[in-house]
Design a protein around this ligand. Structure first.
Ligand SMILES: C[S@@+](CC[C@H](N)C(=O)[O-])C[C@H]1O[C@@H](n2cnc3c(N)ncnc32)[C@H](O)[C@@H]1O
Length: 315
């Protein structure tokens, strides 16, 4: 006899009846006390149903306030967090860093920083909440070999501002270089060019304002206007070996391949290279480009991914 039919047998039912009666009594007691509470509230200030309406209105006001802070309005993407993706991110950052406590701490710190920067800054950080928190949280934990950071493709410069702050929280002294065409909108080959959902222009002025939020290291950032594949752009910023390179410019397979080739030349030994939007179904060329790149002669080893970003270590 299997366990289900065992439970259904008349002997079992007889034996279990006192337990079932006890559970019934408990449920009944709880329902009675909930009704009593609602009646008491009604006696104090109107009927129970009026009180219920007031409670729902209060909850709706709180929800609206919360939505204004974290909802998609004015930014195009929500910053609300759900438990399953957050737990997945903790696990991914922990796997990359080898330190679960530090992963949880950094992801939480990154989330608060993201909300603060988007509240105070011009524009937004591009992408989903988990991907942004993953990048901000993971990079310092991978212990880059020096404090020189290069971001290829910055949009509003707000991610770099956040990264500067996260590195400083880890006792580092970041020095930032940024490359972007600053075309007034986000340039992406093959996609329609639309004004940003925040309404703010994508220009160097906005980037400077946002970098100012990251204190002296942000204000001191070196900004190079231009396309990352252009020889003049490369010549202007290839004067050092970077400990961190964030590849987030041209998202086409060709663009990513070119940026990875350049990164091979300018990455310091042990550098951390982050490839944004890796595995994002909207940008299949990114994964294709990295997969192809890793099949060739390369200094990079694939460490893993967190949300939609791949992490590489240079030899
Ligand atoms: C996805 S956004 C960058 C988002 C930013 N890293 C962030 O986290 O908020 C891509 C940026 O790369 C710029 N871009 C496009 N093509 C580029 C290229 N060839 N070289 C450098 N930047 C480029 C776009 O104009 C845009 O500002």
């Amino acid at each position: 006899m299997n366990s289900r039919s065992l439970l259904r047998s008349s002997v079992s039912r007889r034996l279990l009846r006192p337990v079932a009666d006890l559970i019934d009594q408990r449920i009944e007691r709880q329902v009675r006390s909930a009704v009593r509470r609602a009646t008491d509230r009604g006696a104090a200030g109107g009927s129970g149903s009026e009180q219920l309406v007031r409670d729902v209105e209060l909850l709706q006001r709180r929800q609206l306030t919360f939505e204004l802070l974290l909802g998609p309005r004015g930014r195009g993407i929500s910053r609300m967090v759900a438990e399953a993706p957050l737990e997945r991110l903790y696990a991914e950052v922990a796997a990359l860093s080898g330190d679960r406590d530090a992963a949880v701490r950094n992801v939480a710190a990154a989330f608060r920083l993201l909300v603060a920067l988007e509240s105070l800054g011009v524009g937004r950080i591009a992408g989903g909440t988990m991907n942004i928190c993953g990048k901000l949280g993971t990079i310092p934990l991978l212990d880059p070999p020096n404090d020189e950071i290069l971001e290829i493709g910055t949009l509003y410069g707000m991610f770099s501002a956040g990264l500067v702050r996260m590195m400083e929280r880890d006792g580092r002294s970041p020095s930032l270089t940024i490359v972007d065409p600053f075309a007034g909108v986000q340039l992406q080959p093959g996609t329609e060019q639309r004004p940003d959902p925040t309404g703010a222009p994508v220009d160097e002025h906005a980037v400077r304002t946002n970098l100012g939020l990251a204190g002296p290291a942000g204000a001191a950032a070196r900004i190079q206007q231009g396309f990352s594949e252009d020889p003049e752009t490369r010549a202007a910023v290839s004067d050092r070996r970077y400990g961190v390179i964030v590849v987030d410019g041209d998202h086409s397979a060709k663009g990513v391949a070119q940026d990875l080739e350049w990164a091979e030349e300018i990455a310091a030994p042990g550098a951390v290279v982050v490839l944004d939007d890796y595995g994002d179904p909207h940008w299949p060329g990114i994964k294709n480009a990295l997969d192809d790149h890793l099949k060739g002669d390369t200094r990079f080893t694939y460490l893993g991914k967190a949300a939609h970003s791949a992490y590489l270590r240079a030899s």
